[in-house]
Design a protein around this ligand. Structure first.
Ligand code: UN1
Length: 504
């Protein structure tokens, strides 16, 4: 390596347009999981800064909500253009800050570009309904209005895409955005803000404070969550975090979109295309070093194909390349920090205690010992117990045998989380059963595709302990607007609904 990661980070941030003042001389240290080295020192915002940011976002919202939606779409179109121009640098910075391999770092920025395109189209399609009125000379309709300030709380593993799913929709819907990124990934957030500011400058007359980022700790999130001026909180992170945020927002009758943990599973049926399943499982379980909320964590394999598939999978686990994602061309990069590595080891210990046979999972030495790389672990489990029931944010795949599909689906659904799921089969009945009302209970259910890597066009989110929120495509935009029912009387009479008579 010719240049330190810190030097590369500075170079990228400079090119992306972030002032050095923002990431030097502060008290909040930022580390790259690639080597574990410190790459920046930021100045954290306070709860008071948060209150001011909310106030200026509120003022920006009041102006922005009256700008015609297609014109608002123009800002997001410019954001998409700026993201295209910055894709390589921002993708690289994602790799440095979140440890993703290059194609995944770039893929994350591609998701941002895609959602901008989606939102631009949406800006001309914020449709309401016209409803038949029961009264003569009356018309009923439904109008969607902007909501207000949207608070976005995002996690380290998708440090910028999650903001964009929320922000692109929120902005075309006429809202302002205040963003609290993960403390582990403040730099990509600053870079994204710089990119947004360029789009804003090109747009010209947008109100100041329309989209802001706040760097720092939990006090910022708490201030956002508590504020009556933030009608919607969109929070991505652990179920533990959601259990705190959800009730607090509900207490003030705010709205929340919660995108929490996943304990995603796949089922491999007798007729599965095993070559395809192998690749899908490998990416789903080992990709992003197991640090996606959509990562494949449990696998039910039919008795009849277990011996044809699982030894091949174990081999793939043994040979997958693990290394510095910036320089090595490896497929598996680092865990985010030592705590994540410890959680992985604890889960593997518990799996062994529950009768599991562990393949892999050991620490792999890549560079300095401040970095935490691990060989992904495949664990053959006698049954679904202990750590299999929990999400451990690391590359562990628990593999179990099944003989009856109904039983496999029951076990599939027998965990707290409900985000993503897959079935591998060429049998139409099995596939349709899995995606039917009696099948997977997850927000995402795929056939012959892994659990991760969803396109932005669908609604993204899950059920049960995953929180129930939906972001990104389909009609997720409705969560960012308020619905109004309008009844208009164009007659000369005042007939009352339900035939009520009230003549004075
Ligand atoms: C996440 O891990 O928080 O479906 C989001 C996927 C990505 C998004 C993951 N499009 O894996």
């Amino acid at each position: 390596m010719s240049q330190s990661i810190a030097a590369r980070t500075t170079e990228l941030l400079t090119r992306l347009g972030v002032e050095s003042d923002a990431y030097t001389g502060g008290t909040l240290a930022s580390f790259s999981p690639v080597t574990g080295e410190e790459v920046a020192r930021l100045k954290p915002h306070s709860a008071e800064d948060t209150r001011q940011a909310i106030a200026s976002a509120r003022a920006a919202f009041e102006a922005w909500r009256t700008v015609p939606a297609p014109r608002r779409g123009e800002l997001v179109r410019l954001l998409g253009e700026e993201l295209r121009a910055a894709k390589d640098d921002l993708g690289r910075l994602v790799s440095i800050e979140a440890g993703k391999i290059p194609s995944e770092g770039l893929g994350e920025v591609q998701e941002m570009i895609d959602i901008c395109d989606f939102a631009v189209g949406l800006s001309r399609q914020l449709y309401g309904l016209t409803i038949a009125s029961e009264r003569p000379g009356h018309r009923m309709m439904e109008t969607w209005h902007p909501l207000g300030v949207v608070g976005v709380i995002s996690a380290f593993n998708f440090p910028v895409a999650v903001w964009s799913w929320n922000a692109a929709l929120a902005l075309v819907c006429g809202n302002a955005v205040v963003w609290k990124p993960s403390e582990k990934t403040p730099l990509t957030a600053l870079a994204t803000q710089a990119i947004f500011d360029r789009a804003l400058a090109r747009f010209g007359d947008a109100p100041k404070g329309l989209s802001q980022v706040l760097i720092g700790g939990p006090d910022i999130g708490e201030a956002l969550v508590a504020s009556h001026d933030v009608p919607l909180i969109s929070a991505t992170g652990s179920t533990r975090m959601g259990r705190i945020v959800g009730p607090k927002v509900a207490e003030r009758f705010g709205r929340s979109i919660l995108e929490l943990g996943g304990n995603n599973a796949g089922i491999v049926c007798p007729s599965a295309d095993l070559d395809m399943a192998l690749r899908a499982i490998a990416f789903g379980a080992m990709g992003t070093a197991g640090q996606r909320c959509t990562t494949l964590r449990r696998l039910f394999v039919h008795d009849s194909v277990y011996d044809a598939l699982v030894p091949r999978l174990i081999k793939a686990y043994g040979s997958v390349s693990i290394g510095n994602p910036l320089d090595s061309g490896a497929l598996v990069g680092p865990l985010v920090d030592g705590q994540a590595f410890q959680a992985m080891q604890d889960a593997l210990q518990a799996a062994k205690a529950a009768g599991g046979t562990v393949h892999g999972g050991e620490r792999v030495s890549v560079g300095p010992d401040t970095a935490f790389y691990a060989r992904p672990a495949l664990v053959e489990m006698p049954e679904q117990t202990g750590p299999v029931l929990e999400e451990t944010f690391a590359p562990i795949l628990y593999v179990m045998k099944y003989s009856d599909l109904a039983e496999a689906i029951r076990l599939h659904n027998a965990v707290g989380a409900g985000l993503s799921s897959s079935i591998f089969t060429l049998d139409l009945r099995e596939a349709e059963t899995f995606v039917s009302a009696a099948g997977s209970d997850c927000g995402i259910a795929n056939v012959n595709i892994g659990t991760s890597g969803a396109e932005i066009g669908g609604a993204f989110g899950g059920e049960k302990e995953t929180g129930g929120g939906r972001e990104s495509g389909s009609d997720a935009w409705k969560g960012y607007m308020r619905r109004q029912t309008n009844t208009i009387n164009y007659s000369t009479q005042l007939p009352l609904a339900q035939g009520v008579v009230f003549d004075i």
